[in-house]
Write a protein that binds this ligand. Structure first.
Ligand SMILES: [Zn+2]
Length: 268
């Protein structure tokens, strides 16, 4: 690693876990993650241990301190299997940022008895919030990265966008609207949730096919089959996590479908 961090906002904390970007690919998107671990120390240990085979380019601590683990020119190992807009090998095409946050597993911690924590358990309570100074630091880092590399300010995605059935981070507590206010990410105000017609697991036909086509047009890897299957439900849930976080239930209601339609209008 060179002696200086790529970003003037970061301090070096080198990880050995990286390789060459495939076929000379350049980063064209930023993938946001949460660490899902208590504090930065445990996460840094994991991200810098050769045995873990995982890393990221940047880690943003709760205090707002930013560390660079892998040079931007190298392929960090943060995304795993995934796809967006028909493109795979996301690691070769992206810069990965880990944000220190307990995430969904943190929400399953019983505050009165942390031993009851069950990793991977469904969300049991409100997700741990991202502190303001951490988000301010992240916004600064994203502005810096996009300004230096030419990555589109719209191409800032969740890990759950590119791996919807495998990943939930950075989760529905992540303040995408705040990033959008700073000109970062693709965002429209979610359409308010109200009663009305909806589609869910087991449904089929032309409206489901249209929904799948819209989700695929946005970028999700989803085959338009016309059947609202488990996979479709997972993608709808991932969509909601990012773009309609008020309710993440995998049911395509009016608010979900209309928010998706509004997003596609500006995504073109
Ligand atoms: Zn992740």
């Amino acid at each position: 690693m060179s002696a200086a961090a790529d970003s003037p906002l970061a301090k070096l904390f080198p990880s050995p876990n990286h390789g060459e970007r495939k076929d000379g690919l350049l980063p064209e998107m930023v993938i946001l993650h949460y660490t899902g671990m208590p504090g930065a120390k445990a996460a840094l240990k994991w991200l810098c241990t050769p045995e873990s085979n995982v890393s990221c380019h940047y880690l943003v601590q709760e205090s707002g301190k930013i560390l660079q683990l892998v040079p931007e020119s190298r392929r960090a190992w943060h995304a795993g299997a995934g796809s967006w807009r028909g493109r795979d090998d996301i690691n070769s095409r992206s810069i990965g940022i880990e944000i220190v946050n307990l995430g969904h597993d943190g929400a399953s911690v019983d505050p009165d008895d942390p031993r009851k924590s069950v990793p991977g358990a469904p969300t049991g309570g409100p997700l741990p919030p991202y502190p303001a100074r951490q988000i301010t630091a992240l916004i600064g880092l994203l502005q810096d990265i996009c300004g230096r590399t030419g990555i589109s300010r719209r191409a800032i995605l969740a890990h759950s966008d590119i791996a919807p059935r495998r990943k939930r981070d950075p989760g529905e507590a992540f303040p995408w609207g705040q990033l959008a206010a700073a000109g970062l990410g693709l965002w429209v105000e979610p359409v308010p949730i109200r009663s009305g017609h909806f589609y869910q697991r087991g449904d089929g036909g032309a409206p489901v096919l249209a929904l799948q086509q819209m989700l695929a047009m946005l970028g999700f890897a989803l085959a338009p089959t016309g059947c609202f299957d488990e996979e479709t439900e997972g993608v709808v849930r991932a969509f909601q996590r990012h773009w309609r976080p008020g309710r993440v239930d995998g049911i395509a209601d009016f608010s979900t479908i209309t928010t998706l339609r509004d997003l596609l209008k500006i995504a073109a």
